[in-house]
Design a protein around this ligand. Structure first.
Ligand code: BES
Ligand code: MN
Ligand code: ZN
Length: 502
């Protein structure tokens, strides 16, 4: 069952629950529809008697209504200071509201939006966006529920506001992006025996082609022939051969000569570490090592759905990193697509090898005006920044300014990290042009990884590298993001393109 959200001026009074907004200090808000006397008195008494409910943003208080009322339940939703509320705060409140409805097994609810909000259309829309984002579920592998399990999921939210047209317009636009976010979450959550390289490529073809995205799949034979020596080495230990998927969204029309925006993603469908094998505990989480590629395919889907007026090219390198008798080894020297040779010192530093080849390829073929790569590249970025901030390396201050602004607008947090010649130098090898881990071992692990990638950026093309190892996957529910695959990057990139490249 999907979770549907509709907007209207009046309520039909046919839902399980009525949701009324409350501001800090437990002041009942004025909805666009006045509450009937009994419900109002009931709500005021509930507020007075509750010791813990303070009307804070996203806080909820649920009570049963008397038998004669139009609804079974009353939900009081805290909005803090509604006259100052931002879109992001509204999303968090909407996400928490969804969780509360889900917790209580409510199937449907009417939400009377506070008329006192500064921009009530915007707030109504973003309450809905937050609820929708939180409603994501990945349940393809769960067998049918038995009858004795009463679990009922929310199916409908009716948002009641006098600004229903504005709200609907904003929500519609955001819904397209959310579809991209959900697709990204889906492919991250899928197990690695389902999303192995060719299967993943086919899934993308199925999902994006109907919306007019041009898709090209470079198979392993083509990759060998074309000299993708670094990427192919990473994949050679697996029975599932690698591929590269190129997605073109030509929103400016076929004839347009505009240079595209390039989005580049690491798509390691499973990272065992290879011969430099990872420890067993928690290795299952390495199915998320294609999170960067998921952000790229999710963004392309959003662009296509909303027919974005931009030329964009998405390219992802899709490989499985396995140990075997055919696997690449520490000490191997590889020839990358660029011609630069790379000495492998650790087969677990594989993402940068995959990215090296596709970064060179996308520059050679598409001459992009700007490049963003996303990759679950280093454990070190989790040590540095945890799971809230994405480490961001940028060679251009203007591009950093754009990304920072869009990140703040959507609430996907970025933190700028140092790109420095020192780290570039650290990646030079004694026997080959480059080596795949830094000379000083684990020190500044995320920075040396970025330094390695920098060797494959030509000239001064604006480029940003987003290390999403900490943000692509979470183990606890967040306001608008249920645990596991987050779809991090889709809202950010979609917004960044809308604001600066359309
Ligand atoms: N995929 C990992 C990075 C990672 C770690 C992603 C934890 C998500 C969560 C990457 O391929 C890797 O193994 N990196 C090594 C690099 C090291 C060998 C220089 C790491 O971080 O330990
Ligand atoms: Mn690895
Ligand atoms: Zn990896």
């Amino acid at each position: 069952m999907t979770f549907d959200i509709t907007f209207s001026k009046t309520s039909k009074k046919k839902a399980d629950a009525l949701i009324v907004c409350v501001s800090a200090g437990n002041k009942l808000a004025a909805g666009s529809e006045p509450l009937d006397k009994e419900t109002k008195a009931f709500a005021e008494r509930a507020l007075e008697k509750s010791a813990s409910f303070k009307g804070k943003t996203g806080q909820t208080l649920v009570t049963l209504l008397p038998a004669k009322a139009s609804y079974d339940y009353l939900v009081l939703l805290g909005l803090g200071e509604p006259e100052k509320m931002t879109a992001q705060e509204a999303e968090k409140a909407g996400g928490k509201l969804y969780a509360a409805l889900d917790d209580r097994n409510f199937k449907s609810a009417d939400l009377l939006v506070d008329e006192g909000c500064k921009d009530k259309g915007l707030i109504a829309a973003h309450l809905a966006v937050g609820a929708k984002l939180r409603s994501y579920r990945f349940e393809v592998y769960k067998s049918e529920k038995k009858d004795d399990e009463p679990k009922q999921k929310p199916e409908r939210l009716y948002v009641v506001t006098s600004a229903e047209r504005d709200a609907e317009k904003i929500f519609k636009r955001e819904s397209q992006t959310i579809k991209g976010v959900f697709f990204a979450r889906d492919v991250v959550n899928e197990p690695p025996n389902v999303i192995y390289p060719y299967a993943y490529a086919n899934r993308i073809l199925e999902e994006l082609k109907p919306y007019g995205v041009e898709i090209e799949i470079l198979d392993d034979k083509k990759l060998v022939k074309n000299g993708f020596g670094a990427l192919m080495a990473v994949g050679q230990g697996s029975a599932n051969p690698p591929c590269v998927v190129i997605m073109r969204w030509n929103g400016l029309g076929k004839e347009s000569k505009a240079k595209p925006v390039a989005l580049v993603g690491k798509g390691v469908t499973f990272d065992t570490g290879g011969i430099s094998l990872k420890p067993g505990a928690g290795m299952d989480e390495m199915k998320m090592d294609m999170g960067g590629s998921a952000a790229v395919v999710g963004t392309i889907k959003s662009l296509a759905l909303r027919k974005a007026k931009v030329n964009a090219v998405g390219i992802i390198g899709v490989v499985e990193n396995m140990p075997s008798d055919r696997a690449y080894r520490p000490a191997d020297i590889l020839k990358s697509y660029s011609g630069k040779t790379i000495e492998v010192l650790n087969t677990d530093a594989e993402g940068r090898l995959v990215l090296a080849d596709i970064l060179s390829y996308v520059q050679k073929l598409y001459k992009p005006q700007v490049i963003i790569d996303l990759a679950t590249l280093t454990g070190a970025i989790i040590v540095a920044l945890g799971h809230e901030y994405c480490g961001t390396f940028v060679n251009n201050d203007k591009l950093w300014g754009e990304l920072d602004e869009s990140a703040k607008a959507v609430g996907e947090k970025l933190w700028r990290m140092p790109l420095d010649e020192v780290f570039k130098k650290e990646m030079e090898s004694d026997t080959a042009d480059l080596q795949n881990i830094g000379k000083s071992g684990r020190d500044a692990g995320s920075c040396t990884a970025a330094g390695f990638l920098w060797h494959f950026i030509e000239g001064d093309t604006p480029w940003a590298h987003l290390d999403i190892a900490g943000t692509a996957w979470i183990k606890k529910d967040r306001e608008t993001t249920p645990k596991f695959g987050t779809g991090f990057g889709v809202r950010l990139l979609d917004r960044w393109i809308a604001d600066h490249y359309e």
